[in-house]
Ligand binder design. Structure first.
Ligand code: SAH
Length: 331
């Protein structure tokens, strides 16, 4: 819901009306008609003047493990995707997009091969969350869908500020970045205790630049310095995401190099099994991932392997929006 449009539509009404409407929406209301403490005439007027969501659901896919992936369009026809992940321990985590498409060109990422659309507004980000909130209560969120959140930081922070109203605390909100240094610095300055995750994917510059061209602009030393400063100020561990690409970044020597590069007090590594896309890469085998993890731990760096969710519905980054219509699974 576009809350600025709502404010304009409520001009002349008591000031608490906007808060009232937002509270209903944040608690999973499905439409204005449910907002029973609003005068009926006002509900009817809002239904005509302020669209209940800034996004239109195009398609929803349900995986056998409970993962739900949604594809939306914005009012100007841009694709936006978001995923709800349900874990056995009861956690309900949403993965949202911050941009339609992405201006960066990481070579393994399906979104990177799409055309960049535009930054999403704070309301387009929140509407992805509200869509799933209408299904069930939520408690975690990550900015790991389409786009680079730190290139759209104003809108990302504005959305993050409202997440506690939906039930997601700042401590349970994670922002994942390619290492966009000016954004990391700004994030260090915010008052919100958000979790920072860095997509590293390689232990040295030459390989990292090959996998992620953005590394030429913000090389490793600069990115890690910004992260270390972030840790010094916030005292919150930083997650390193490391996508496992067979024969590219998954060797024993690379694990040792990675362990030397990262201070174990500051970083915790999450190894990500690669979700195959149309790229030149193949994912590392389970045995290679386990060996890499063992090598990291042997050298004092804590590492976990990400549980893959929603494989049968192409829930990997960029895969739903990038796929031709005919190949889609309909939910
Ligand atoms: N631009 C941000 C956030 C979006 S991508 C970033 O890069 O961090 C979220 C995570 O998904 C990143 O770690 C990215 O490297 C990873 N990712 C992208 N495509 C993937 C794929 N096909 N398989 C596994 N992980 C992928």
């Amino acid at each position: 819901m576009d809350l600025e449009l709502l404010d304009r539509a409520l001009a002349g009404e008591p000031a608490f009306r906007a808060r009232q409407v937002w509270r209903w929406a944040a608690n999973g209301a499905r439409g204005y008609e449910e907002m029973t403490d609003l005068p009926a005439a006002l509900r009817a007027r809002l239904a005509e003047t302020v669209p209940f969501s800034t996004l239109t659901l195009v398609r929803e896919a349900h995986a056998s493990d409970g993962t739900v992936k949604a594809l939306f369009h914005t009012h100007d026809g841009r694709a936006v995707e978001a995923v709800l992940m349900r874990y056995r321990d009861g956690r309900r985590s949403v993965c949202v997009s911050s941009q339609s498409g992405c201006p960066l060109t990481c070579t393994f990422c399906a979104t990177g091969s799409m055309k960049f659309g535009r930054n999403l507004t704070a309301y387009e980000i929140l509407d992805q969350v509200l869509h799933f909130r209408r299904i069930e209560p939520l408690d975690h969120l990550v900015f790991m869908g389409m786009g680079e959140p730190l290139m759209n930081l104003d809108n990302v922070l504005e959305a993050a500020r409202r997440l506690p109203d939906i039930g997601i605390t700042h401590r349970r909100t994670g922002i994942s970045t390619v290492g966009w240094v000016p954004g990391i610095k700004r994030l260090t300055e915010t008052d919100m205790p958000l979790r920072l995750a860095l997509s590293l994917h390689a232990p040295e510059d030459a390989l990292r630049s090959q996998i992620m061209p953005i590394n030429d602009r913000y090389p490793l030393a600069e990115v890690l310095a910004a992260c270390e400063d972030h840790y010094a100020r916030k005292r919150r561990q930083i997650f390193i995401e490391y996508v496992m690409l067979a024969g590219v970044n998954d060797g024993y020597a690379q694990a040792v190099q990675l362990a030397r590069l990262l201070d174990p007090r500051i970083y915790k590594v999450n190894l990500i099994p690669y979700n195959p896309t149309d790229s030149i890469y193949e994912g590392s085998s389970r045995a290679a991932i386990d060996a890499f993890r063992a090598a990291l731990e042997e050298h004092g760096l804590r590492a976990t392997v990400r549980v893959t969710r929603g494989r049968d519905i192409d829930a990997a980054c960029g895969q739903l929006a990038a796929k031709p219509e005919s190949a889609m699974i309909r939910g």
